[in-house]
Design a binder for this molecule. Structure first.
Ligand SMILES: [Zn+2]
Ligand SMILES: [Zn+2]
Ligand SMILES: [Zn+2]
Length: 176
């Protein structure tokens, strides 16, 4: 893809995978590399640093694997455990918030801050119309379209569709 040299992608706060725009800033690249989850290799907005080493574990992996919550991982060839996990520092959050990422829709590819890209995706005109066409009941007035990571998270009385790997839903105001 033109403009993308280093192949980093990041998981947004809403769980959407986006590519990081071209970076030739070597300190930024090494900072990003240190944020890759030791388990799944994703860089996520919600992750924890392992105290005493340069590794990171993402929250979804911790949620799926109790041993990761103890910091157990293969640390450069040695299995370690009993580590404390700490939330990202302000510096790390700032780095992530200010990352320039590409809109994941191939006909758009607009650059946006990571902290803004979920809103950009949500406001996407083409997506919006596509979603509205599919999700809108024939007579209904539509409440705000929201994004979920997983169908299990949906509130009751939701209508939802999946589009390009993302779940859009609306909560019906007066279900019958
Ligand atoms: Zn992970
Ligand atoms: Zn380590
Ligand atoms: Zn876009």
């Amino acid at each position: 893809m033109p403009g993308v040299l280093q192949s980093f992608s990041v998981i947004t706060p809403s769980g959407r995978q986006v590519d990081v725009a071209f970076s030739n800033d070597s300190s930024q690249i090494s900072a990003l590399r240190s944020l890759e989850c030791i388990q799944c290799r994703n860089i996520t907005y919600n992750g924890r640093k392992i105290d005493g080493c340069h590794h990171t574990i993402c929250q979804p992996c911790i949620d799926n694997n109790d041993s990761l919550a103890t910091g157990e991982h293969n640390c450069d060839g040695i299995i370690v455990t009993g580590k404390t996990l700490t939330s990202y520092s302000i510096e790390t959050r700032t780095l992530l918030d200010n990352l320039i990422v590409l809109c994941p829709f191939s006909d758009c590819n607009q650059k946006a801050l990571l902290s803004d890209v979920d809103q950009h995706i949500r406001d996407h005109p083409a997506v919006d119309q596509h979603i509205r066409d599919q999700i809108n009941p024939a007579n209904g007035s539509l409440s705000e379209i929201q994004i979920a990571n997983d169908p299990d998270e949906l509130p009751p009385n939701s209508r939802w569709i999946e589009h390009e790997g993302i779940i859009y839903f609306v909560v019906e105001s007066n279900p019958q």
